[in-house]
Design a protein around this ligand. Structure first.
Ligand SMILES: O=P(O)(O)OC[C@H]1O[C@H](OP(=O)(O)OP(=O)(O)O)[C@H](O)[C@@H]1O
Ligand SMILES: Nc1nc2[nH]cnc2c(=O)[nH]1
Ligand SMILES: [Mg+2]
Length: 179
């Protein structure tokens, strides 16, 4: 699996340090409140598990599956709800957790969808942000790292369901995706 990686963009220690910082910032902003963290399956799972443990205010966890990608590196532009929430959002402080915002199509849709369920607040935390690729506007409240237009894998991010368990963010060799 390591043979498929061209370059490590963000290593394990850098990830841990940034997650700790984000956790502190979020904990301070939500002092006295309870957060409903909503993870976007499946990519956000690894980041969310670490971020939740870096937050010191009470959190509840729920998940949605919203997919706009197949086994391809570019967006089809179609957003589908594959799994909806188990929790009601009425009066809750929602923090959406994502691994990456790329075209913004997934989150542009999801933020509006969640706001319509009358939560007390909705904020967005993403580990990675590729603003150069935006096709739909997304307001990011907490941003881990802004990265260039590379297709990255690891720490939750996959290519055709592989590489999610790499402990760092890496750039794939073109050979690894048939490029
Ligand atoms: O900003 P966008 O262009 O919409 O892309 C970002 C989304 O694409 C990826 O998910 P994907 O749909 O590949 O599913 P996954 O999380 O299960 O890997 C990623 O995890 C984000 O959810
Ligand atoms: N694995 C992966 N999934 C994505 N979805 C949108 N952008 C990316 C990316 O750079 N890597
Ligand atoms: Mg995803």
């Amino acid at each position: 699996m390591m043979n498929d990686i061209k370059e490590i963009l963000i290593d394990k220690d850098q990830l841990a340090e940034r997650v700790r910082e984000l956790g502190e910032e979020i904990s301070a902003d939500y002092a006295g409140k309870e957060i409903l963290m909503i993870g976007v399956l499946r990519g956000a799972v690894i980041f969310m598990a670490d971020l939740a443990r870096a937050i010191s205010v009470p959190v509840a966890l729920d998940f949605m599956a919203v997919s706009s990608y197949g086994a391809s590196t570019s967006s089809s532009g179609v957003v589908r709800i594959l799994k909806d929430l188990d929790e009601e959002l009425d009066g809750r402080h929602v923090l959406i957790v994502e691994d990456i915002i790329d075209s913004g199509l997934t989150l542009n849709y999801l933020v509006e969808n969640l706001k319509s369920r009358r939560p007390a607040s909705v904020k967005l935390c993403t580990l990675l942000n590729k603003p150069s690729r935006r096709k739909a506007p997304v307001h990011v409240d907490y941003n881990g790292f802004t990265i260039p237009d590379y297709f990255v894998v690891g720490y939750g991010l996959d290519f055709a369901e592989k590489y999610r368990n790499l402990p760092f963010i890496g750039v794939l060799k073109p050979e690894a995706y048939g490029g």
